[in-house]
Write a protein that binds this ligand. Structure first.
Ligand code: NAD
Length: 389
C-alpha cells in the first residue's frame, strides 16, 4: 500500500478524515485501525454497489480477518432506486444482522450507494457510525465528503426530485483508493471530472490551470494525473465543509451548476449522468451570470472550453430540444432545495475563483425595468444550453 494522503475535514463535533492511497482497499482493516476505528468483534454491514462486488469482497475479507462480524447488502445504483424502498432494505439487513448502536455501516460504491447507505446509517437506531468507501471519481472528490446523505422523491407534478429527503451524517472516515477507478466506465470518469472542474472554478486560477494542463490525460483515466487531482479536488470541498458543515452560507457555492443541473437531469428522456447534467448546468450558470453582468464573456468561454475538453456535454441533449423543454426545466428549478421563498437562490461565478450566491426574486418582485422577459438571466442561461454551438 502506498503512503496514504490524509485530508482532515474539521467539522466541529464530528471531525472526519479522508484517506487517499493506492492499495488501501486490500487493507481496509489496517486503515480503519490506523484511524482508531475498531472492528474486532464488531458487527459491520457492507452496503455494496452491484458493479463493485469484487471490491466489496476484498474489504469483507480484510474485515473478517481482523475479527469483524460482517454481512453484505448488494444494491443496484440507479437514481430511481435511490429511494425509501432501498433504505428500507438496508434497515432490514441491519436488523437481520443484529446491528446495534455500536454497529458500523460501510458504504462501498459511487455517490448513489454513499447517499443511500449514509442515510440508512443516519436513521437506523437514530444513527450508527458510517465509513464511506467511494469507488467513483465523483464520490472520491465530492459525494463521500461532507456528510450529506439522502434519497430522491417523486415530484407532485411528475418526475423525480433529487435528494429531497435526507440527513447530515459525517462519516467516521472515508477511504479512497484510486486503483478502483480502473474499472469505472470512461463516461462515469468524465462525469466525475465535472465536479472537479466545479471545484477548480471555486478554488481559483492555479487549480483551474492545473486542470487546463492535464484535462485530456485525466479524461483518459491516467492514474498518475488522477492521483494528483483527487487530493487537490477533495481538499476544496473539505475546506468549505469544515467552515460551513450545515450549509448555512458558503457551502452553497458547491451547488454551482446544480440548480440547472438537477432540473435537466430529471427531465424525461434526458439520459444524462449527474456529472453531465452539472456540466451543462455550469454552462447555463455561466451564461446566466454573463447576462446579469456578473461574469466576463471570456471567462464563461474559458470555463465552457475546459468542460468541452473533458469530453463533457455543454448543451442539452437532442431529446430535450423541443421548445417546451426550456419551460419545464425552469418549472423544475422551482422545486430545487435552493429555492428561497418563491424566488431562486442561484450560484453564479463572477470570475474563476469568485463564486457567489445570488438571489433571484420571485417574478412579482422584479423591477419593471429589469429583465422581466429573461427571468433575470435564468431563461437566458437555459436558452444558451438549448442553442447550437
Ligand atoms: N452527498 C453528496 O454530497 C453528493 C455530492 C455529489 C453527488 N451526490 C450524489 O451522487 C450520485 C452520483 O454519484 P456517482 O457519480 O458516483 O454515480 P453512481 O453511484 O451512480 O455510480 C455510477 C455508476 O458507476 C458504477 N460504479 C461505481 N464504481 C465503479 C467502479 N469502480 N467500477 C465500475 N463501475 C462502478 C455504479 O454501479 C454506477 O453504475 C447522485 O445521486 C448525486 O446526487 C451526492
Amino acid at each position: 500500500m502506498s503512503t496514504l494522503t490524509r485530508i482532515t475535514i474539521d467539522v466541529p463535533g464530528s471531525p472526519t478524515v479522508l484517506l487517499i492511497g493506492r492499495g488501501a482497499i486490500g487493507q481496509v482493516a489496517d486503515v480503519l485501525a490506523g484511524a482508531s476505528v475498531a472492528v474486532r468483534d464488531r458487527r459491520v454491514l457492507l452496503v455494496v454497489d452491484g458493479n463493485v462486488m469484487a471490491v466489496g469482497a476484498r474489504i469483507d475479507q480484510s474485515l473478517r480477518t481482523a475479527g469483524a462480524h460482517t454481512a453484505t447488502v448488494r444494491l443496484t445504483a440507479t437514481e430511481l432506486g435511490k429511494s425509501v424502498a432501498s433504505v428500507e432494505s438496508i434497515w432490514h439487513a441491519a436488523l437481520a444482522h443484529g446491528l446495534g448502536r455500536t454497529g458500523l455501516i460501510l458504504a462501498i460504491g459511487g455517490g448513489i450507494i454513499g447517499d443511500l447507505a449514509g442515510f440508512a446509517a443516519a436513521t437506523f437506531l437514530r444513527g450508527v457510525e458510517c465509513v464511506q468507501v467511494p469507488t467513483t471519481l465523483l464520490a472520491m472528490v465530492d459525494a463521500a465528503i461532507g456528510g450529506k446523505t439522502g434519497i430522491n422523491l417523486p415530484l407532485p407534478g411528475g418526475g423525480l426530485g433529487k435528494n429531497l429527503a435526507g440527513a447530515f451524517l459525517q462519516p467516521r472516515l472515508a477511504i479512497a483508493d484510486p486503483d478502483v477507478l480502473s474499472t469505472l466506465p470512461a463516461r462515469e470518469l468524465r462525469a466525475g471530472l465535472a465536479e472537479c472542474i466545479k471545484h477548480a472554478v471555486i478554488a481559483g486560477l492555479p487549480h483551474f490551470e492545473f486542470l487546463e494542463r492535464r484535462i485530456e490525460l485525466l479524461a483518459a483515466g491516467d492514474p498518475m494525473a488522477l492521483g494528483e487531482l483527487i487530493p487537490l479536488s477533495a481538499a476544496v470541498k473539505a475546506g468549505i465543509v469544515a467552515r460551513d458543515p450545515l450549509e448555512r452560507g458558503e457551502r452553497a457555492v458547491l451547488n454551482l451548476g446544480h440548480t440547472f443541473g438537477h432540473a435537466i437531469e430529471t427531465m424525461p428522456g434526458a439520459d444524462l449522468l449527474h456529472g453531465e447534467a452539472v456540466a451543462i448546468g455550469m454552462v447555463a450558470a455561466c451564461r446566466c451570470a454573463v447576462v446579469r453582468g456578473l461574469l466576463a464573456v471570456a471567462d464563461a468561454d474559458r470555463i465552457e472550453r475546459l468542460i468541452e475538453r473533458a469530453g463533457l456535454p455543454t448543451r442539452l441533449p437532442s431529446s430535450l430540444s423541443a421548445p417546451e423543454s426550456a419551460g419545464e426545466i425552469r418549472r423544475r428549478m422551482g422545486f430545487d432545495k435552493k429555492v428561497d421563498g418563491e424566488g431562486l437562490r442561484l450560484i453564479l461565478p463572477h470570475a474563476v475563483g469568485d463564486v457567489r450566491i445570488v438571489a433571484i426574486p420571485p417574478a412579482a418582485d422584479r423591477r419593471p425595468d429589469g429583465h422581466p422577459d429573461d427571468d433575470d438571466g435564468v431563461q437566458a442561461g437555459i436558452a444558451a444550453i438549448a442553442s447550437a454551438r
